[in-house]
Design a binder for this molecule. Sequence first.
Ligand code: HEM
Length: 398
Amino acid sequence: MSTAPIPVITEDPYAPGHLADPYPLFEQMRQAGPVVLMKEHSLHAATRFEECRSILEDHDTFISGAGAGPKNLHYEPSWRAQGIMESDPPIHTEMRRSLAGVISPRGVRSLRPAFEEYATELVDELLERRSFDLVKDMAEVFPLRVFGDAVGIPREGRAENLPALGAANFSTFGPDTELARQHFDAGAGKNDWAMANTARENLSPGSLGAQIWEHADRGEISTDQAALLVRAMLSAGLDTTIFSLGATLMSLVGNPGEYAKVHENQKLVKFAVDEAFRFESPFQSFYRTTSTDTVLGGVELPAGTKVAVFVGSANRDRERWGPDADRYDIGRQAGGHLAFGMGIHQCVGQPLSRLEMDVLLTEFARRVRSVELTSPPEQFLHTALRGWSSIPVVVTAA
Ligand code: HEM
């Protein structure tokens, strides 16, 4: 085994200043080595594209069952029941088959007309107002309605409970900092609302949630797993989509030339979205645990080592994306980014969030000729998620 020393990073990537603008430190971490030690947390991290990808593709060596955060769930209990993301084969395989069966590209196609109808209604309303907030009035409102309806939960209480619950959930995928604790404390109590509203009898007939329960009826998963999967959709799928919409819109507002191209030709929306996933990955980092002694990038990692996978950094790695990796460019071939992960845990909700984004942003780009900031946007600071909480704008109709 190689014994390459591990570079120690003294700056803390989870400190609020670095979370606000993580890219300079990510660059330093990538330069320092293929695996680095984050001194503040005594945790290993991979920040280069190559190592992040190879970790995610090797689920036997880099397991998820010990938790997707820095805590080792083999030794420390989790606040929530361990779901699909924090499981390994064969348990993972059963849950994944059921969920992927329900959220397949074909399965979600039937949702398009309802999504389009609401996108038209929402953009009508926003054009009427001209001045509004791209996050609060659009990126949050749209998924809360269409995604919530698709999963099949009651409408009442979604806005008050779901985003905070998601932020609490994601706070466990990073270290226990003051900021992480704030998000956790603000949202963990919303779990009771989620439990009650995802109960089988509260799910609308034919919804994605109801379809998951049919898998349990057929004995393909247990009833406990069905309940977990319905909750997993809500906790993993809402904040991420809100932040992805915000990131795409903010990238376009900040690059009016790119917005003009998308307005001219809405077929480019898909490219604008993928480039935004690369450029401002909404789920920035999560963890794996080594199941055995291994070597990564020439660095020895004993069994049981927690390794942070900074996909937000991998997606800016110049070795992979070229010298202009820090530029938002919708002409780039952004496919192959790691914003949805890679390997067996790669985001199962991808077809659904892509549909939501495609429908809303296509309608927006078609109807809005130009969009300008009216005051500075506000970031949503979080230890695992990256996004905006406010982007106030004025728009001009086409
Ligand atoms: C654009 C929005 C989204 C982003 C950026 C995103 C990102 C990710 C990432 C990076 C992973 C991999 C985590 C890992 O490897 O440990 C993941 C997994 C997952 N995502 Fe998403 N996600 C999004 C939307 C959704 C939606 C809409 C849903 C639900 C409908 C969802 C449900 C899940 C689930 C259940 C997993 C675990 C899959 C598994 O372990 O097999 N996500 N997501």
